[in-house]
Each structure stands twice: as structure tokens, then as C-alpha cells.
Design a protein around this ligand. Structure first.
Ligand code: GRF
Length: 203
């Protein structure tokens, strides 16, 4: 299967996906990486792995619609089977989401439906949560609201800072994102009527 990954930053999840394709843990290949940020380190990761990559800066577009239309064109040149959001820090238009319906995945650093949006680690600490985590979900028009496929939990310790917690969550991200992407690549995972389905069972 052909995978396109969208990033805005460090790209450690991108790296986990590239590595898992390399070792055969994902039955697919990352064929392209697109970043909206020119100096995202993930672009260097793509380059080092010999993966085609490009920058499409939102700053050069007058509207979200115009940007997303161009983004669709960029992505579709890679003829992907799956589009993976890996720290892509933009809200997507309904047109974009519909275009990739059922083949667009995101990873969000909280136990959804808790803490949609930003600053999830600090919010978990401030709420006094004893458990925090990460969710992989299909993307729908509802921000961070699409059907959850897989979650991993981590403990929150009394002395944790947001960055301690982020680091603990990241380890789990790098474990579960390749797993889910592989399920998709093996044709075991689909979305139907706003529900994620694995091996014919609703999740
Ligand atoms: C991760 O925490 C992910 O859950 C969130 O953005 C971050 C991306 O990290 N959506 P990286 O760029 O993959 O290191």
C-alpha cells in the first residue's frame, strides 16, 4: 500500500512509520511526505530515508479552502491508498476530509474523547488525571472526533511536567501508530457509518 504522511514538526511518528515499513512491520511504503512548515525536522527524516518530500506553506494561500485544494493535488500525485496525519498542525476543510474519507488517519495525544484540541498533556496534569494516553482515529469532519481505532494508556506521576508526560506518550505513539497503519495496509481496517471496523468487528 502507498502511504502519504503529513507533518508540521519533528516527525518522530513519521520516523516510526518509515522504520516499520523498512522492517516489514507495515505492509506498505511511505511514498511521500508533505509539510506545511519549511523547517520541519520531519523533512530531514524523509530525506535521510530517501522518501519524496515537499513543503506546501499555508502562508502562500489566501484561504483555508485554497490551501486544502492545493494540498489535495500534492497528495494525489503520490496516488496514496492511505493518508496519515502525524503532527500536522492544521484544521482540515470538510472538502479535504471527504476527499479522503475512510483513508485518513490521525494520532491525538489524549484518551479521546477527553482533551480534544491542544495542550493535552498539561490539561491532563491540571485535571489531576492518574492516567493519560494517546488515540489513533479515523478523521471525520468533527475535529479530533472521528471513530477511535486504538488507544494506549500511560500513568501520570505526581511530579510530572507536561514534557515528561509528552515523552511517555510519544513512546506509545511510536508503538501503536505503526500497528494501526499495518492493519489498514492489510485490508483489515475500514470505516463504515462513523464506526471503525477491524476484522469485520466494530471497535
Ligand atoms: C504527537 O504528539 C501527535 O500525537 C500529535 O502531534 C505530535 C507529533 O509528534 N498529533 P512528532 O512530530 O511525530 O514527533
Amino acid at each position: 500500500k502507498r502511504i502519504v504522511v503529513l507533518i508540521s514538526g519533528s516527525g518522530s511518528n513519521l520516523q516510526a512509520l518509515i522504520d516499520a515499513c523498512g522492517t516489514g512491520h507495515i505492509a506498505g511504503e511511505v511514498v511521500g511526505v508533505v509539510s506545511n512548515i519549511a523547517d520541519a525536522f520531519g523533512l530531514t527524516r524523509a530525506e535521510n530515508a530517501g522518501v519524496a518530500n515537499q513543503v506546501l506553506s499555508h502562508r502562500e494561500f489566501s484561504s483555508r479552502d485554497a490551501y486544502d485544494q492545493q494540498l489535495i493535488q500534492c497528495i494525489d500525485e503520490y496516488t496514496p491508498d492511505l493518508v496519515v496525519l502525524a503532527g500536522f498542525m492544521r484544521i482540515l476543510t470538510p472538502e479535504f476530509v471527504q476527499h479522503y474519507q475512510g483513508k485518513l488517519l490521525n494520532i491525538h495525544p489524549s484518551l479521546l474523547p477527553k482533551y480534544q484540541g491542544l495542550n493535552t498533556h498539561q490539561r491532563a496534569i491540571d485535571a489531576g488525571d492518574e492516567t493519560h494516553g494517546v488515540s489513533v482515529h479515523f478523521v471525520t469532519e468533527e475535529l479530533d472526533g472521528g471513530p477511535v481505532i486504538l488507544q494506549a494508556k500511560v500513568p501520570v506521576f505526581a511530579e510530572d511536567t507536561a514534557s515528561d508526560l509528552a515523552e511517555r506518550v510519544h513512546e506509545q505513539e511510536h508503538r501503536i501508530y505503526p500497528l494501526v497503519v499495518n492493519w489498514f495496509c492489510q485490508d483489515r481496517l475500514t470505516m463504515s457509518e462513523n464506526c471503525a471496523i477491524l476484522d469485520n468487528e466494530p471497535l
